[in-house]
Design a protein. Structure first.
Lengths: 431, 404
C-alpha cells in the first residue's frame, strides 16, 4: 500500500510517536474530581448541595463529639463543665456502662459471666460462620448453649450437663435402633432423652450446690445482653421450625399444608408488638392454672414463632427456586422423602436462602428492642426507664440513643457484611 | 397378585404406616388429632382460667364510656364517648399515619435509590450512608430519636404573630411551632360536592385518554400528544371551582387575629409529625434499596436495543426501562408499605394515639379485657395485611410475563 502512494505523498511516518502523558485535567486528583464530582453543571450543583449537607451535619455533630464530657456524675455537673459550649454529656455512658450492657439488677460481681458467655459466643459461632475452620470444632458450637445457660442463669451445671447428655444419649439410641425403622428409632431416641433428662433433673434437685454459680433470675437480666440473648436464642430456635414450616407448606398432604399456611400468614399479618402483648398478658390464660413461667421464656416463645414464619417464607423461596429435576433425581435414586430432603433438597435450598435468612436474623435482632414496650429492660428499656427517669441523667437523650443506635449498627452492619462475604464464597455455579 | 389379595384380606396396622397409599392419610389424621388436641387443651385452660378469674368473654365493655382523652382525633371524640369510638379513632389514626408515611417513604426512597446509582461519587456515598444507617438500627430507636428531635424543636407560636413577626410562614401556609405543625386547611363552601365530582370526572377522563393513546397508535399509527392528559386531569375541577366562586378554598393559618396563638389552619400534633417522619425516613431507606435493585435488574442490552430501534431517551425510559424495572420494584415496595403499617404500632413510643395505643393500651389496661382487646387488635392488622397482599397479588398477576 505504502509504495503505491510513494510518489503522491511527500512524507509517510514510519515510526510511532512517543506516548505523551494524558492531560493533567484528566488524570490524578483533578481528573477524578472532574469525572466524579464536577462533570456537568447539574452535577456540580448536586455536589455543592451535598457538601453543604455534610458541612451542616459535621458542624452539628463534630464539636458535640469533640467537646464531650466523659467523667462527671450528673447532667448538671456536665452543664457546669461545658458552660454553654457545644459538647455531649457522655459521662452518662461511662457511669451507667454496666447498666446499659447488663441491666440494672444483674449482680455486679457476676458481670464477668455475661462477658465470658459473650466472648464464647464469638468463639463457638466461628466454626459455623467460617467453613474453612476444622469441622471438629462444631462440637464446641453444640456444647455452647448449655455452657451459656449455666453461665447466664447460674445454679448447678448438672442441669445443663444432663440436658446435653440427654441429647447425646437420644442421638446415640436413635443411631443404634434406626436401622430397624425410622419410627422405632425416633421412639427409642425420645425415650433415652427423657430418661436421661429425668435422672439429670433428680440429680440437679438433689445436689443444687454442686459447682454452683450464684443463680440469677431472668427478670434481672437486662441491657444489651438481653437483646443479644433474645436475638441469638430466637434465631437459632426459629431455624429448625422455619424449615419444618416451609416443608409443610410445600407438602402434598392438604391438612398439614393448610395448617402451615394458616400459621405463617397469621403470624406475618400481625405486628410483633401484638404478639408481645400476647406473651405479656394473654398467654397465661391458655396455660394450666398455676403455671408460672417467666416473661423472658414467654417472650422467647412468641418471638421464635414470629421469626419461624418469616424464615419459613425465605426457605420456601429457596425450595421454589430449586429446579424440578432435583426432586425428580432424588426420587429416581430411590430416596424416601426425608432422605431426599436431607441429602438433596435442603443443602441446595438453604444455600439459596442464606441472604434472606440473614436479613430476617438482622431484622429480628433489631426487633428485640420492642420488648421495652412491654416493660422489659433491654438497652432501650434501660434508657427510657431507669436512666432517663433518674434525677442525675434526666434529659440526656442524644448520647444514650446515639449509643444504642451505634451498638445495633455495629452488630447488624457486621452481620450483613459477613453474609455478603459468605454469598460470594458459596457461589459455586458462577466463577 | 398375592400381595394385593393379602391387602384386601385384612388391613393390618403396619399397612397404614408402610403402604405409601395410606401413609399420607395416616400422618394427616395424626396431625389433625394433634392439632385438635392442642386446641382443646388451650381452650379448656382458657375456660378454666376465665372462670377462676370471674371473667366472661365478651365485647360488652366496648359500649362503656372510655373516660380518657385522645389528643389527636379525625372524628369528634370526648372522654365521655365509648371504648368502641376510641378504638375507631385509633383505627383512623393508624390509617392516617400509614397513608401519609407510605407517600413520603415512596418519595424519599425513589429519590435516594436513584441518587445512590448516581455517577456523582459524593452523592452516591451520602445516600449509601443514609441507607445503611437506617437499615441497621432498630426502627424503635429511630422513632425515639426523631421523637426527641421533634419535641425539642419548633418555635414559640408568638414568634409568628403580628404585623412584624420574627418568623414568616413557610410558603405562606406552614408553621412549625412547639405546639405542632400548622398547615392550610381545606374548607368546603356551598357547592363543594360539585367541584369534587368535576375533579373526579377529570381523573376518569385522564385515565380514558391514557388508554386511548396506545389504542389509536396501534390502530392508526398516529401518536397522540401527551399534554391533553394534564388538561383533562386539571381543567374540570379548576373550572368548576372558578364558576362556583371558590367553593373549595384553602384556609391559611391566621397569624393576625389573635395575640397569643395561631388561629385557623390545621394543627398536626407533634407525635404525628414525629412518627410520620420516623416511619417514612426509615422505610424510605428500604424502598431505596428496592428501587436500586429494580433499576439494576434491567440489563444494559435493553437500553441499547431500544436505542438501536431509534427511540429517544425519554421514550426508552418510559417504554422499555420503567415497565421492566417496576415489575421488580413494586412487589417488595408494597410489602414495605405493609411493614410500615405494622411498624406504626410503635406509635405508643412517641405518644401518638393509634389503635395499639388506644385499644391495646389504655382500653386494655382500664378494662382488663386482655384477650378481647388483643384479638381485635390482631384482627385489624390481619385485615389490613390481607388487603395489601390482595393488592400485591392482583398487581403481580397483571404484570406477570405472558408466556406461551
Amino acid at each position: 500500500m505504502a509504495d503505491t502512494h510513494a510518489e503522491s505523498v511527500a512524507y509517510v511516518r514510519d515510526g510511532f510517536l512517543p506516548e505523551r502523558p494524558a492531560p493533567a485535567r484528566e488524570t490524578g486528583v483533578v481528573g477524578w474530581l472532574r469525572q466524579n464530582l464536577f462533570s456537568s453543571v447539574p452535577y456540580t450543583i448536586l455536589t455543592l448541595a451535598t457538601l453543604w449537607v455534610i458541612w451542616q451535619l459535621g458542624a452539628a455533630i463534630l464539636p458535640w463529639l469533640w467537646g464531650g464530657v466523659w467523667h462527671v456524675d450528673s447532667i448538671r455537673a456536665c452543664r457546669e463543665v461545658l458552660e454553654g459550649a457545644a459538647g455531649g454529656c457522655f459521662a452518662v455512658l461511662t457511669e451507667r456502662w454496666a447498666q446499659l450492657l447488663f441491666g440494672f439488677s444483674y449482680p455486679s460481681g457476676e458481670y464477668w459471666r455475661l462477658g465470658v458467655a459473650f466472648v464464647l459466643l464469638g468463639v463457638c459461632l466461628a466454626p459455623v460462620l467460617f467453613p474453612d475452620l476444622p469441622r471438629r470444632l462444631l462440637i464446641a458450637t453444640l456444647i455452647y448453649p448449655f455452657v451459656a445457660y449455666w453461665l447466664i442463669w447460674g445454679g448447678t451445671p448438672l442441669a445443663a450437663v444432663s440436658g446435653l447428655a440427654g441429647l447425646a444419649g437420644g442421638a446415640a439410641a436413635f443411631r443404634t435402633v434406626a436401622s430397624r425403622g425410622a419410627l422405632l428409632g425416633g421412639i427409642a431416641g425420645l425415650a433415652a432423652l427423657l430418661a436421661i433428662w429425668w435422672i439429670g433433673g433428680e440429680l440437679a434437685a438433689a445436689a443444687p450446690g454442686f459447682l454452683a454459680l450464684p443463680p440469677v433470675a431472668s427478670r434481672n437480666i437486662g441491657g444489651f445482653a438481653l437483646n443479644m440473648i433474645l436475638g441469638t436464642v430466637c434465631v437459632s430456635l426459629s431455624l429448625p421450625f422455619g424449615i419444618l414450616l416451609a416443608l409443610g407448606r410445600q407438602s402434598r398432604l392438604p391438612i398439614i399444608k393448610i395448617a402451615c399456611i394458616a400459621f405463617i400468614e397469621f403470624i406475618r399479618g400481625v405486628p410483633l408488638i401484638t404478639l408481645l402483648f400476647v406473651a405479656n398478658v394473654v398467654l397465661a390464660y391458655f396455660l394450666p392454672p398455676g403455671t408460672t413461667f417467666d416473661l423472658i421464656l414467654r417472650v422467647v416463645i412468641m418471638i421464635t414463632m414470629f421469626a419461624s414464619a418469616y424464615i419459613a417464607e425465605v426457605i420456601r423461596g429457596g425450595l421454589a427456586a430449586l429446579p424440578r429435576g432435583q426432586y425428580e433425581a432424588a426420587d429416581a435414586l430411590g430416596l424416601d422423602y426425608w432422605q431426599a430432603v436431607r441429602l438433596v433438597i435442603l443443602p441446595q435450598a438453604l444455600k439459596i436462602s442464606i441472604p434472606g435468612i440473614v436479613n430476617v436474623a438482622v431484622g429480628l435482632f433489631k426487633d428485640t428492642t420492642l420488648v421495652s414496650i412491654i416493660s422489659m429492660f433491654d438497652v432501650v428499656g434501660m434508657i427510657r426507664g431507669p436512666i432517663l427517669a433518674s434525677t442525675e441523667w434526666n434529659g440526656v437523650y442524644w448520647e444514650l440513643y446515639g449509643f444504642a443506635a451505634l451498638l445495633f449498627f455495629v452488630t447488624c452492619y457486621g452481620i450483613s457484611q459477613y453474609s455478603q462475604w459468605l454469598e460470594r464464597r458459596l457461589a459455586t455455579d458462577t466463577r | 397378585m398375592s400381595l394385593s389379595s393379602e391387602h384386601q384380606g385384612g388391613l393390618r396396622p403396619s399397612t397404614l404406616l408402610n403402604d405409601t397409599r395410606y401413609r399420607g392419610l395416616t400422618f394427616q389424621f395424626l396431625a389433625l388429632l394433634a392439632i385438635i388436641a392442642l386446641m382443646a387443651w388451650l381452650g379448656a385452660n382458657l375456660v378454666g382460667n376465665l372462670a377462676a378469674a370471674g371473667l366472661n368473654f365478651g365485647y360488652g365493655f366496648l359500649d362503656e364510656p372510655a373516660g380518657y382523652d385522645i389528643n389527636q382525633a379525625l372524628i369528634s371524640y370526648t372522654s365521655r364517648d365509648t371504648h368502641l369510638r376510641a378504638a375507631f379513632v385509633g383505627v383512623l389514626n393508624t390509617l392516617l399515619v400509614a397513608v401519609l408515611g407510605c407517600i413520603a417513604a415512596t418519595i424519599i426512597g425513589v429519590v435516594a435509590g436513584i441518587l445512590r446509582l448516581s455517577k456523582n461519587w459524593l452523592v452516591a456515598r451520602l445516600m449509601s450512608a443514609y441507607v445503611e444507617a437506617f437499615r441497621n438500627v432498630p426502627v424503635l430507636i429511630w422513632i425515639l430519636i426523631i421523637g426527641a428531635v421533634v419535641t425539642v424543636s419548633g418555635a414559640n407560636p408568638r414568634e409568628f404573630l403580628g404585623e412584624e413577626a420574627a418568623r414568616g410562614l413557610l410558603f405562606g401556609g406552614f408553621a412549625f411551632t412547639n405546639r405542632g405543625l400548622y398547615i392550610p386547611a381545606l374548607s368546603l363552601g356551598p357547592g363543594a360536592g360539585i367541584v369534587i365530582a368535576a375533579a373526579l370526572a377529570g381523573l376518569v377522563g385522564a385515565i380514558l385518554w391514557r388508554r386511548a393513546v396506545p389504542r389509536t397508535l396501534h390502530a392508526t399509527g398516529r401518536l397522540l400528544p401527551s399534554w391533553p392528559l394534564w388538561v383533562i386531569l386539571i381543567a374540570p375541577g379548576l373550572l368548576a371551582n372558578l364558576i362556583l366562586s371558590d367553593a373549595l378554598t384553602l384556609s391559611m393559618p391566621d397569624t393576625m387575629s389573635n395575640r397569643f396563638n395561631i388561629q385557623g389552619g390545621l394543627l398536626i400534633g407533634k407525635p404525628l409529625v414525629a412518627l410520620w417522619l420516623a416511619l417514612s425516613v426509615y422505610t424510605g431507606a428500604f424502598i431505596a434499596e428496592n428501587v436500586r435493585a429494580g433499576i439494576l435488574s434491567v440489563s444494559q442490552g435493553q437500553t441499547e436495543a431500544a436505542a438501536a430501534l431509534g427511540l429517544r431517551p425519554r421514550r426508552i425510559m418510559n417504554l422499555v426501562i420503567l415497565p421492566q424495572a417496576l415489575r421488580v420494584i413494586v412487589p417488595p415496595v408494597i410489602s414495605q408499605y405493609l411493614n410500615l403499617t405494622k411498624n406504626s404500632s410503635l406509635a405508643i413510643a412517641v405518644g401518638y394515639a393509634d389503635l395499639t395505643a388506644t385499644l391495646g393500651g389504655i382500653t386494655l389496661n382500664q378494662t382488663g379485657r386482655a384477650i378481647e382487646c388483643v384479638l381485635l387488635l390482631m384482627l385489624f392488622y390481619l385485615v389490613i395485611s390481607l388487603a395489601i397482599s390482595g393488592v400485591m397479588n392482583f398487581y403481580n398477576a397483571s404484570v406477570a410475563l405472558k408466556e406461551r
